[in-house]
Ligand binder design. Structure first.
Ligand code: DC
Length: 231
């Protein structure tokens, strides 16, 4: 008998977590939640409201003081067939993916109070199971008892090239070097922060997609998911 499960996907930046998570959710008719989008939305709010200023020292307290004014939600977009991220009622799905937001998001995601608020929201979204969530601490902090934990990985240069292509296709003017610098810095910051650093959960299954197509990666993940459902 098939049972609804929680699928947690973690890994470094730009390793294909969200592509796989979306495809898995679609195939299983599960809800997909992009937890990175939540950290990006808080970062975007801070930038837009002058809580983070270029050239000035990062002041976590200003963000903590404003946390109660930040409301994040996800709404289904009938045109794209995907769920979009909303910040205080405004669709921010595209704007939170810019390199400027990517540059600031690691600092914001180090803040304990930000993590507490977002983890609570993430756990609430998973309470009925039937969910695929990707991020950095999903299998360790958000859903430590998830039925399936995947640790997604790929060679760094392949990750950089994929993210570069993705940004160019969206029309952003970035250099390969800028993207590499950002990916390397986020990998380092995400793995070395004090609060919920990026680490592989002991019981996570490693899925290296460096030389796999999207379809091949999905097939492997689906087989694991059906196994975890007890089918
Ligand atoms: O998945 P992403 O690249 O969109 O995530 C953006 C940043 O958010 C990432 O560099 C670290 C942070 N993040 C986090 O700390 N914990 C998560 N569960 C998801 C993302």
């Amino acid at each position: 008998m098939k049972k609804d499960i929680i699928i947690a996907l973690d890994g470094h930046s730009a390793c294909g977590k969200s592509t796989l998570a979306k495809a898995l959710a679609k195939a299983l008719k599960y809800v997909y939640i992009d937890s990175g989008a939540m950290y990006r939305a808080v970062t975007y709010y801070a930038m837009e409201n002058g809580l983070i200023e270029e050239g000035k020292a990062f002041d976590a307290q200003r963000i903590i003081d404003n946390l109660s004014d930040i409301n994040i939600s996800f709404n289904y977009n009938t045109t794209t067939g995907k769920s979009d991220t909303y910040l205080n009622g405004k669709n921010v799905e595209e704007i939170i993916r810019t390199i400027e937001v990517s540059r600031n998001v690691s600092e914001v995601s180090k803040i304990k109070e930000v993590r507490q608020k977002l983890v609570e929201f993430q756990q609430q979204l998973g309470k009925n199971k039937g969910i695929v969530m990707d991020g950095r601490d999903i299998g360790t902090a958000v859903f430590p008892t998830a039925e399936l934990k995947l640790w997604i990985t790929a060679d760094k240069e392949i990750r950089v090239a994929r993210r570069y292509k993705e940004l160019l296709e969206k029309g952003y003017k970035v250099s390969l070097e800028e993207v590499r610098e950002n990916v390397e810095r986020r990998d380092f910051e995400d793995s070395h922060r004090k609060e919920s650093p990026l680490v592989k959960a002991d019981d996570a299954i490693v899925l290296d997609n460096s030389y796999l197509s999207k379809q091949e990666t999905l097939k492997k993940a689906l087989d694991l998911a059906y196994g975890a459902m007890g089918k």
